[in-house]
Design a protein around this ligand. Sequence first.
Ligand code: F6P
Length: 456
Amino acid sequence: MRARRISQFEPLLIALVGLPARGKSQLAHRLARHLNWNGESTKVFDCSEYRRRHMALYGTHDIFRADNLQGSAVRRRSAREAVTDAILWLKEGNSVAIFDGTNITREQRQELNGYCLDSMGFRILFIECVCEDQELLEKNIIEILHYSADYKAMSEEEAVDDLRKKLEHYMRQYEPIDGTVEEISFVRVENMGETVTAHKVYGQKESGILGYLSGMRTSPQVLYFTRHGESEFNAIGRIGGNSSLSARGQSYARVLAEHLSAVASRDLRVWTSELLRTKQTAAHIPAPKRAIRALNELDAGICEGMTYEEMQEQYPQEFAWRDQDKLRYRYPWGESYIDIMTRLRPVLSALEDEDNILVVGHQAVLRCMLGYFLDLKLDELPYMNVPLHTVVKLTARGYKYEVEMTKLPVECVDTHRKQPKNCSISRTTADALVTVPSHYDTLPSNLWQNPSETQL
Ligand code: F6P
């Protein structure tokens, strides 16, 4: 078997196969997000984007007719360009390229397989998406009509008619993968993960991908995220610990429950961490709750319970190292952002298959979770602003998520410390503390005042 000759260390080209509206693009982007999160640098090369570059505006379904020679030439050229860029990406030292095209004929697959294995010496895996579930198919079609750049300039009626004809052209040409005659490694994914079958699939990366695809279900509709209400530690600028909510935090818990009963669906479920402040925040929400240890806040090790000022005073070098590389910095006896990303993996996989979940989490944990769904660059995560007393709603739109942030009207401190300009070990204390947000020194009896007016 040819695929066996290629070393496990060689990069991998994934080529999607299937008719339009079978969920290929959604699968491509979800898989890319998953692989990137797992340290495999991955990029999607969308064939239809290349096609659109050759046509100022999408004309009609006509270019997909098998006997339209000009149309076929444009489509072949676009596919070649997408594959060339994918191969270039792999040659640059990246791990995985996903070629999001239809690859519906045996001849196309054979050519691509030979080019990748024999000419480039790279690994290749085909993923065929099949969808027999009419409801899912309808949903996919509606998403294409709403979000595909091809249909932006058409009325809804025209777009429906055009997509239907495009599908007919493709159906006439489609040759499903047949393992008895095609010498290729492939995975067949039916109904977005309902059934997954593998044929001649070898290798570490491929096995991981197979595992991910087997656990995948249709995309979630709506997910909510919020940090816990302001805690006593937040109010006095201390990190970590397991303190209770401040009076304002308790008020947020009540307002949050009211807000959700007005906006969320009745089958909402709530996931909290195992820490008091998240459980107290969820207390008034009339929904089933689950406390998950993996959602606990970043463990700050020897700095747990300190203020940033105390960290600078007692461990100035550690404080500077953290500012130099906050993503990778691990607190002595504690964790780094990379560590929490690793422990969040199973939660994120589970969440991808859920709908109507509220996650009540913590600053660092929610930065990582939101960063995952929004496909942010890893280095951006530790500085993302996820304020207290704010509900973040993610709605799946195709393979992307739309973000809506709702600040609820309950005062709280700001806990977001920006990266200071000077991160050197020899910096002055003033330089190290310049971006520390204001907070109370001790928990005041009246927490309804602005911290900048009362203390420091
Ligand atoms: O300050 C609140 C908090 O949740 C701490 O418990 C945690 O250590 C910190 O945020 C994480 O934020 P950063 O990584 O910006 O210090």
